[in-house]
Structures are given as structure tokens and as C-alpha cells.
Design a protein around this ligand. Structure first.
Ligand code: SAM
Length: 316
């Protein structure tokens, strides 16, 4: 980060801080009143918020985080998942199995479905993991279908909330496995998925899905040429992915945000390697210590505390 200058005027300072804010930090609070917060869905603890690209996201009162970055919920789906995952190119080559971990309002899956062409010969089959059913119900009421969409997003969400979606492109299918992803992932076939999207809340609030142990479970269901995408660029996440046996690189930044992370089973699938200073940090400093959850039952607090204790041990 470039340090803010003492002579910056109030407005300049605010712009500077917004520029430097990462997706994760914004997710943790509406610091500058960006986005219009509206009344919560009755009893759901979810507040709708408009992002800069006009798409709506939610504020989750339990996690105290937004579901998406301020730049745009749809934009984030495209730029952090669909584009770096080369979804369209992959679909041109053949059938695709996509695992969408943390379905939420469904933008990542919906954008993937939207990318399938009606006249395409290959098929897209999506398996999504999500533990909070009410968010899909609330999304079905609040998300907007745009004129350029190839199917009715609202209708699809409403159908998924009730059971199986049928109003989607004919070459595609989607189903949601409800429950804790640490458990539901064990129900999936091994070496089955070509592409994995991992979109949990931040590491400080949702560390259950950022552990070496969960990454190993993800790796087990991925084909040998599959890749995993996430918006998260945290050092313990990247080091955890490396320990789980992935080759790890970056994805291009969107707008003013930092790039995300791409984890691949083969070195040749990494286009943007991690910078040397980050690799050194991972190998030589306690910042590189990953999150651990050996039996898949620890709470967020237990996972964070365990890592903190290991950091203290290393420093003694
Ligand atoms: N991809 C979503 C979208 O496009 O709207 C946003 C995902 S949001 C940042 C994180 C989601 O992960 C929430 O919907 C939350 O309910 C879900 N989640 C958190 N922990 C989970 C777990 N252990 N198992 C399954 N889902 C989980």
C-alpha cells in the first residue's frame, strides 16, 4: 500500500481509502455509506444493497458482511469466476461439470448458465453447495432479470428454492445440495468436476471453508485438469491451497480491487504466478500458516484460535 499523504484533503483521503479497500474489507461493513441499504427481508436478517453495477446484493447480519463487493455482484461473478475460469472456452471444448461452493444469491451459477448458448452441443451441469436456504428465497424476490439474460433468473431462483429448476437453458442442469459444505462435499463423486468456484465469506468470519482440510476435500472431487477459482487473495488461503497440493496463481484484478486466486492441479494451468515476495512470505513467515480443521467440525472461532496459537508457538 502507498501511505496516504498528510496534505490530502478530506475528500481525497476518503477516495484514497476507498481505492485501497479490498473486497473483503467492504464485505465487512458499509464504511462510507456506499450502497443503499433497505429494510431486511422480514425475519431473514438480510438487507438488500445496490452495488455499483446496479445488481443487488445482501448484507448478512449474522456474519456482519456483504455477499459481494461494492463494484457489483454480477461484475464480481463475471470477473472473479466466469472469465478467469475460461468457462466459455471450456464449454466450446465439451461438457462441463461445475461445482459452485457457497451458492448464496446464485450470481456465479446464474452467470455460468447465462454463458451457455442455446445452440451449443456441449452441456453444463452445476452442483451448488449452500447451507442457508432463506438466502435463495430472499434472492428470488430481490434479484433482477435483465433484458439481455437468456432465461428468467428470478424464476430459476424461485424454482431452486422449492426444489429443482427447469426454466434454464436446455443444455444445462443445476441442483443445490443443502447443508454444511464440509459434509455435503463428501457425498460427491471423486475426480468429477472441471471447475470449482469457492465464494465463502471472509477468512475471519467463515474460516471453516478456508482450511487445508477442506481444500483437500475439494481437490478430491476435481478432475486432473480442473481449476478452482476464488475472490480471496489472503496469504493463509493461498498457502493452505499449496499445502493441499494445488499449484496457485493470481487472477486479474477487477476495477480497483485486488486479483483473486486460481488453484490448479497442473502447473501449466497457472497464467499469473504469485509474486516472489508473496512466496517468501508464505514460506518464511507466520503469515503463511494456514487454517486447519482436521475433523471438519471446528467452529470459526476455534479455527482462528488454533492458528493464532500456532503463530505464538512459532514466535517463542
Ligand atoms: N456466491 C454467492 C453469490 O453469488 O451470491 C455469494 C456467497 S456468500 C459470500 C457466502 C455463502 O456461503 C453464504 O450464502 C453462506 O450461507 C454460505 N456458507 C457459509 N458457510 C457455509 C458452509 N459451511 N457450508 C455451506 N455454505 C456455507
Amino acid at each position: 500500500l502507498i501511505a496516504p499523504k498528510w496534505h490530502m484533503a478530506k475528500g481525497q483521503f476518503k477516495d484514497y481509502v476507498i481505492q485501497q479497500m479490498t473486497c473483503r474489507e467492504w464485505r465487512q461493513g458499509d464504511l462510507f455509506g456506499r450502497g443503499k441499504k433497505e429494510e431486511p427481508e422480514s425475519g431473514s436478517g438480510l438487507k438488500t444493497v445496490e452495488t455499483d453495477d446496479g445488481s443487488v446484493t445482501f448484507w448478512n447480519e449474522d456474519y456482519k458482511e456483504h455477499y459481494h463487493s461494492p463494484a457489483g455482484a454480477r461484475l464480481e461473478a463475471e470477473e472473479k469466476y466466469i472469465v478467469p475460469g475460461k468457462l466459455k472456452e471450456r464449454l466450446e471444448k465439451g461438457d462441463l461439470h461445475l461445482l459452485d461452493v457457497c451458492f448464496g444469491l446464485g450470481y456465479n451459477s446464474l452467470c455460468a448458465l447465462d454463458a451457455t448458448k442455446q445452440d451449443a452441443s456441449s452441456t453444463l451441469s452445476i452442483t451448488a453447495l449452500e447451507m442457508d436456504r432463506r438466502v435463495v428465497g430472499a434472492a428470488a424476490k430481490n434479484i433482477q432479470t435483465s433484458d439481455s439474460d437468456s432465461f428468467d433468473w428470478k424464476q430459476t431462483l424461485a424454482e431452486l428454492y422449492k426444489g429443482q429448476a427447469s426454466s434454464i437453458p436446455s443444455q444445462a442442469s443445476i441442483s443445490i445440495l443443502w447443508g454444511d459444505a464440509r459434509h455435503t462435499i463428501t457425498k460427491l463423486p471423486t475426480q468429477y468436476f472441471d471447475l470449482v468456484f469457492l465464494d465463502a465469506f471472509s477468512t475471519q468470519r467463515n474460516s471453516e471453508l478456508w482450511t487445508v482440510d477442506f481444500f483437500k476435500k475439494l481437490k478430491a472431487v476435481m478432475k486432473p485438469d480442473a481449476v478452482l477459482l476464488t475472490y480471496c487473495a489472503a496469504i493463509p488461503v493461498r498457502s493452505g491451497l499449496m499445502e493441499a497440493g494445488f499449484f496457485v496463481g493470481e487472477t486479474d484484478p477487477v476495477g480497483r480491487q485486488r486479483g483473486g486466486t486460481l488453484a490448479a492441479m497442473r502447473a501449466e494451468d497457472i497464467d499469473l504466478p504469485l509474486p516472489d515476495h508473496e512466496l517468501r512470505m508464505i514460506r518464511e513467515t507466520t503469515r503463511g500458516l494456514p487454517y486447519r480443521d482436521p475433523y471438519g467440525v471446528r467452529t470459526n472461532k476455534e479455527i482462528l484460535r488454533d492458528r493464532q496459537e500456532r503463530i505464538i508457538e512459532c514466535k517463542q
